[in-house]
Structures are given as structure tokens and as C-alpha cells.
Design a protein around this ligand. Structure first.
Ligand code: 5GP
Length: 290
């Protein structure tokens, strides 16, 4: 590579001014996209005559769309096979068409519903999720965890079992929608399958603990948060006590946690009492289509 051209002080000042004007122009376009004054299709058209817009990164453009943001923006480009560093002027014809299709309808119309099922450990969330996995309108997300598999669990079906190192690097790559530590292990929702399903119009169910549910609400405010409650406290205790798959120490830790978790119900959009699994399943299916 040759050495950069020597600029006079005046030329440098001019270049700085030009860069500043370009930044301002891009910021203006992004704020118009955010407020829906400009559609993605209109920005692509403008880019044909405007060099500054043409040089804008596609990721920067779609991130500015209300409800998209950084994580979802990356997932959309990933799905469409568009590199994260691609600029508008570098889009191929096919990529352009796919991008336009992706944003052709207001996102609320063509996206599936994200339903988050949460509640204290031991309340029966996983039984409900298992039923929904067998047959329902939902894609039931498969979480990653650092917890070792229980004897009856299958990798890739019940969980994606990971080492602590694998989990850590997945966090660093920004590939979790949310993750949390629970009773000494880490659990996280892989973002890409969730995003793929939602943008193809399929509803998604996450069965996760409470702090993860709160993270999802912060990132995707349109998510419906459902809190599953045990019919009585005694019932919850007996379920946790009766878990043959956990050690006594782990059961005691989970009981203490469950007590705290019960108090989180008020944060949720809906509360369902788990007195009958079939009824809970039916309500969740109804929420998906509402
Ligand atoms: P378990 O070890 O009994 O399978 O799950 C322990 C807790 O972790 C449960 O409350 C379950 O809902 C929660 N959990 C499972 N997957 C995830 C996840 O991806 N994210 C979060 N935040 N919690 C999860």
C-alpha cells in the first residue's frame, strides 16, 4: 500500500468538514427512517443519486428502523446472506430484492408472536413447553446451558449443552437474545433461530427464568410475558422436593430462589395458574394467535 497523500492544512480542514457533513446527512436519514418518514425502499432509491447515502452500511440503515436495533439487525442480514460490512452501493440485485421483501410490510404485520413463559423453578414450565413442542403453532426455542444433562435429556432437543468456554464465547459473539445465571449454571436463548422464525411469521415460545424474561422485554417490547404460578406454595415445595433429578443441595437452593421468584409476577403481562397443563397450553396457543 502506498503512503497516504500529504494534505495541506487547508485540504485537511476541507476533508474534515466534508466528513462532518456526511455524518450529519446519514444521521438525518436514519432519524427519518426511525420515525417512518422514509422507508427502506425510499432510502435505496435515494442512494442511487446520493453518494453519501450510497456509502452507508446496510446494517446501520436497518438498525435505525424502529423495533430493529443492533441484535435483530445483524440477525436479519445473516438470514438474508448480506455481509455486516456491506454498503448500500455494494448490494447485489438479489440482496436488494430480499431486503425490500423483508421490510415490505410493517414489521408488526408479518412477524410471528414472541411469547415468554416464565415463573419460579419447579412450577411446571418445562412440562408445558414439552407439550407445545409436540404440536402447536410455536417454535419452542432450545436453550443453551452449561448445566450437565440429566439422564433423560438429549442434546439439541432439551438443551444445547455447552462448556463454560463455549457459552462465554457465544455471549461475546452477541449470539444470545438473553442469558442468565440460575442456581450455579448459565442458560441462554440462541438468537438466530428465534429471529428466523419470527420474521417468517412463526410464533416462538421461550421457556426461561425471570431475569431472562425481563431482558427479552427490554430488547423486544412487543414480546408477551406470561408468568406461570403454582396453584399453592405447598404444591411448589412438594414439586421441588420431589425432583429426583436434583441433588439435596440443589433442591434447597432452588426452593430459596423460588420464594424470591414468586414476587416477580407483577412485572408480567399475563399470569396463568398451573392447575391443569392442558388449560395452560390452550391459553398459550390462544395468545399466539391473538
Ligand atoms: P433446568 O435446569 O431445571 O432445566 O432449568 C432451570 C431454569 O432455567 C428454569 O427456570 C428454566 O426456565 C430456566 N431456563 C432454561 N433455559 C433458559 C434460557 O435460555 N434462559 C434463561 N434465562 N433461563 C432459562
Amino acid at each position: 500500500m502506498g503512503s497516504p497523500p500529504q494534505l495541506s492544512e487547508n485540504e485537511r480542514a476541507q476533508a474534515l468538514l466534508k466528513a462532518k457533513a456526511s455524518r450529519q446527512e446519514r444521521a438525518r436519514i436514519k432519524s427519518q427512517v426511525k420515525s417512518n418518514e422514509l422507508s427502506i425502499a425510499e432510502v435505496l432509491e435515494l442512494a442511487k443519486q446520493n453518494e453519501v447515502i450510497a456509502k452507508m452500511r446496510v446494517l446501520e440503515l436497518i438498525e435505525s428502523k424502529s423495533g430493529v436495533g443492533k441484535i435483530r439487525g445483524k440477525a436479519i442480514l445473516d438470514k438474508l446472506g448480506i455481509s455486516l460490512t456491506r454498503r448500500i452501493q455494494g448490494l447485489g440485485r438479489h440482496q436488494r430484492t430480499e431486503l425490500l421483501k423483508e421490510f415490505a410490510l410493517p414489521s408488526a404485520l408479518n412477524r410471528g408472536r414472541l411469547v415468554v413463559l416464565s415463573g419460579p423453578g419447579g412450577v411446571g414450565k418445562s412440562t408445558v413447553a414439552k407439550k407445545l413442542r409436540q404440536s402447536s403453532p410455536f417454535l419452542v426455542s432450545v436453550s443453551a446451558t452449561t448445566r450437565p444433562p440429566r439422564f433423560n435429556e438429549v442434546n439439541g432437543i432439551d438443551y444445547l449443552f455447552m462448556t463454560a468456554e463455549q457459552f462465554e464465547s457465544t455471549i461475546k459473539r452477541g449470539e444470545f437474545l438473553e442469558w442468565a445465571e440460575f442456581a450455579g449454571n448459565r442458560y441462554g436463548t440462541p438468537l438466530a433461530p428465534v429471529e428466523r422464525a419470527l420474521s417468517s411469521g412463526k410464533s416462538v415460545l421461550l421457556e426461561i427464568e425471570i431475569s431472562g424474561a425481563k431482558q427479552v422485554k427490554a430488547k423486544m417490547p412487543e414480546a408477551l410475558l406470561v408468568f406461570l404460578e403454582a396453584p399453592t406454595w405447598e404444591e411448589l415445595v412438594s414439586r421441588l422436593e420431589g425432583r429426583g433429578t436434583d441433588s439435596p443441595e440443589r433442591r434447597a437452593a432452588r426452593l430459596a430462589l423460588a420464594q424470591e421468584e414468586m414476587e416477580a409476577a407483577s412485572f408480567f403481562d399475563k399470569v396463568l395458574i398451573n392447575d391443569e397443563v392442558e388449560r395452560v397450553v390452550a391459553s398459550l396457543i390462544e395468545f399466539a394467535s391473538a
